[in-house]
Write a protein of this length. Structure first.
Length: 698
């Protein structure tokens, strides 16, 4: 038994119910942990059974442990390096074949495995019967039947896993032949690995032999790094053996081994699964006849999405007004309580107005993520990806990219941060990076207040149409960007895409609420950290250095405020940019100041415009008066407004997005490229819009 608290890890395919099991075992008292060197979030929590407590880890969902995607690398590295005491493999009983493939790989790893045979209810509803005792006998490991979303079976599962962990259950190797040729080669390799004790403290020799016979590049480079002669010897030996198997089987060893795993799984399934003799068409298939129909499908999809987001805006408008009311109340309370001076100015204009503008949108974010979770949990999101696949492929993207695009603001509203994280499902690094670089062009929630402001000021007669147009434009740019990247610096073939259409499912309220809360929390955290900080910094940049007294004495009111602003660092920077932006795009120095602020978060463009244009007035965040002000302002017209909309749509993603691009690509190079690339695109498009518009305007 381990001295420390035993560790139980949950592994399984995406959507097999891992998180539901995790919540059932731990009572949903989870938090997100970040393991060093792993960018993928891994959840951990505690489970109690009798007098014992174990740490429970929810690993990212994976189909295999052959590291193709970051999720798979994270799961595999965790299992290899952290050596959990027990692995609970959550298996979707309604999709047995695909799930058991992962079982074979988990059982090779050298950790004790217990199977949670989950979604028994769905399997039985489809008249699939599984002999779980038979499965346990064949594999030699415990199998517990569960219905995770109802908590059924979780006590038994925990008890068994806990006692395995406490007693230090030993690893049961899988009894699986990879074919005569491979087995012979494996025996030789394994013997040599045992003799030299290569990596013996890390991984079982059998596992290492298998990876080497597959010529797995991660494993090879790991051994190369050891710089040991025994290691190099074994590498040579494995290359020869792999070559020998290749000549004998006329196929790469990796393929040979995978085939045998599939064969093994097929054999197991044949013995333990029985099917109702009624060959009925399942409900899901019948629904799909309509929802994925080439003609009807897109119409239904457009209607569903449009209705959904329309509804989101509708039900969140009252709570948003409430939040805004709260912040303007806070604004005036603070204004009246605090003595006049820099502190008051910083707290009211910097902190309260800056953060308030962003937190005000929380209801919208919550409802939107709630509805997006419904799309995901019911299985409809997979159908959307299926329908979009063909269009996306034309632009050099993988069908799975649709989710990042939609999450980033495909219908307006959304956020590129979770959007970029959703790109983890893409295995091909080039497709993944092209997606990551293109989704910031979508209309995220932070751009909405900017659009709303400028539309109200200059296009009030056609509000709905204008917003619809902006959505189309952002899709166009995002897809064109992907096309361009994929045919230049990220050139490559589109990977084949076998889309999985999971059966439709009624989502559970608990899972919807958890998903909604996780994402809302991310947004709130951003408001409380990055945006609060940036607002105060912007305030300082617009305040310091202060105007010398002798210059200030002759001025009053607005004039004084203007002079102060233009004397500040932000004012000077704005003036420096004005000489470029004014002739090209029509932006004056005040707009430039706001755009600089928008780098912290695009919401700040609005609050900074407000500050800049009404310095000296108390109410700096009243956007209706700001839009009137803009409409009357000299130098502003619909063409400038449109150019500004284009610029904010495309330019430099906010700091949080840059940070997540860096984190997900693990490279500052791509983060830097994103800044230059997006801002370049924005400048070109805004200049074209302004110049062409002015031709017609005059
Ligand atoms: P994960 O991706 O593996 O973490 O899967 P989740 O725990 O998020 O589950 C995916 C969906 O399946 C959720 O909507 C769950 O409520 C649902 N679910 C999980 N287990 C079961 C089960 O045993 N039966 C049914 N009917 N639904 C389940
Ligand atoms: Mg999960």
């Amino acid at each position: 038994m381990n001295q420390a608290m035993p560790v139980i890890a949950l592994a399984g395919n995406p959507n097999s119910g891992k998180t539901s099991i995790f919540n059932a075992l731990t009572g949903a008292k989870q938090h997100v942990a970040n393991y060093p060197g792993i960018t993928v979030e891994i959840k951990e929590g505690k489970a109690h059974s009798g007098e014992f407590t174990a740490e429970v880890i929810d690993l990212p969902g994976t189909y295999s442990l052959t590291p193709y995607s970051p999720d798979e690398v994270a799961a595999r590295d965790y299992l290899l390096e952290q050596h959990p005491d027990v692995v609970i493999h959550v298996v979707d009983a309604s999709n047995l074949e695909r799930n058991l493939y992962l079982t074979t790989q988990l059982m090779e790893l050298g950790v004790p495995v217990i199977i949670a045979l989950n979604m028994i209810d769905i399997a039985e509803a489809r008249e699939i019967w599984i002999d779980s005792d038979g499965l346990s006998q064949i594999l030699g490991i415990p199998v517990v039947r569960t219905i995770a979303n109802r908590g059924t079976g979780s006590d038994e599962l925990l008890q068994k896993a806990m006692s395995m962990a406490i007693e230090g259950a030993s690893w049961v190797p899988i009894d699986l032949s990879y074919g005569q040729a491979s087995d012979d080669a494996l025996r030789i390799l394994e013997k040599r690995i045992r003799e030299t004790e290569l990596l013996s403290d890390m991984v079982p020799p059998g596992w290492l032999a298998l990876r080497l016979l597959e010529q797995d590049s991660h494993t090879i480079s790991r051994i190369e790094k050891l710089n040991s002669s025994a290691g190099d010897d074994i590498l040579d030996m494995s290359a020869d053996l792999a070559d020998k198997v290749f000549r004998e089987m006329n196929d790469e060893t990796e393929g040979v081994i995978a085939d045998h795993r599939y064969g093994f799984v097929a054999g197991v399934v044949k013995r333990i699964k029985s099917h109702s003799s009624l060959n009925r068409v399942y409900l899901s298939d019948r629904i799909d006849k309509f929802l994925t129909n080439p003609l009807l499908g897109p119409v239904v999809m457009a209607a569903v999405l449009f209705g959904l987001f329309q509804f989101t805006f509708f039900i969140s408008s009252a709570p948003i007004a409430l939040m805004e009311g709260f912040f303007s109340w806070l604004h005036s309370i603070a204004w009246n309580l605090l003595p006049e001076g820099l502190i008051r100015s910083m707290i009211v204009s910097g902190a309260i107005d800056g953060v308030g503008g962003v937190v005000g949108f929380v209801p919208l974010i919550m409802f939107m993520f709630f509805f997006i979770s419904i799309l995901e949990d019911t299985g409809y999101m997979a159908r959307i990806a299926f329908l979009m696949d063909r269009i996306f492929r034309k632009f050099g993207l993988h069908g799975n990219s649709i989710v990042p695009f939609i999450v980033s603001g495909g219908i307006s509203g959304g956020c590129a941060v979770p959007g970029i994280m959703a790109a983890r499902t893409l295995r091909d690094p080039k497709e993944r990076i092209a997606t990551i670089l293109s989704v910031p062009f979508m209309n995220c929630g932070a751009k909405l207040p900017i659009y709303a402001l400028l539309i109200a000021a200059f296009f009030s007669a056609r509000e709905g149409l204008m917003l619809f147009l902006l959505i189309l434009i952002s899709w166009t740019f995002a897809l064109l960007s992907a096309r361009m990247l994929r045919s230049t610096i990220l050139r490559g073939d589109s990977t084949s895409f076998v889309l999985e259409l999971p059966p439709y499912r009624l989502p559970s309220m608990k899972s919807l609420l958890i998903h909604m809360w996780e994402r809302t929390w991310l947004y709130l955290r951003k408001a409380g950290t990055v945006i609060l900080f940036a607002s105060v910094v912007m305030w300082a940049l617009m305040t310091f250095p202060t105007l010398p007294a002798d210059q200030a004495s002759s001025l009053t009111g607005n004039e004084l405020a203007q002079a102060r602003l233009s004397y500040s660092i932000a004012g000077r920077a704005g003036r420096a940019f004005e000489s470029i932006t004014k002739p090209l795009m029509g932006f004056d120095w005040k707009t430039d100041v706001a755009l600089i602020g928008g780098f912290a978060a695009k919401e700040i463009v609005v609050s900074t415009l407000g500050t800049v244009y009404s310095m000296g007035e108390i109410d700096v965040d009243d956007s209706s008066s700001l839009s009137e002000r803009l409409a009357d302002e000299e130098g502003w017209n619909p063409v400038t407004a449109f150019a500004l909309i284009m610029f904010t749509m495309l330019y430099i993603p906010c700091i949080a997005t840059i940070a997540v691009i860096k984190r997900e690509t693990r490279s500052w190079k791509w983060a830097g490229f994103a800044i230059v690339y997006t801002t370049g695109a924005a400048a070109v498009v805004a200049t074209a819009a302004y110049q062409i518009g002015m031709l017609f305007n005059s």
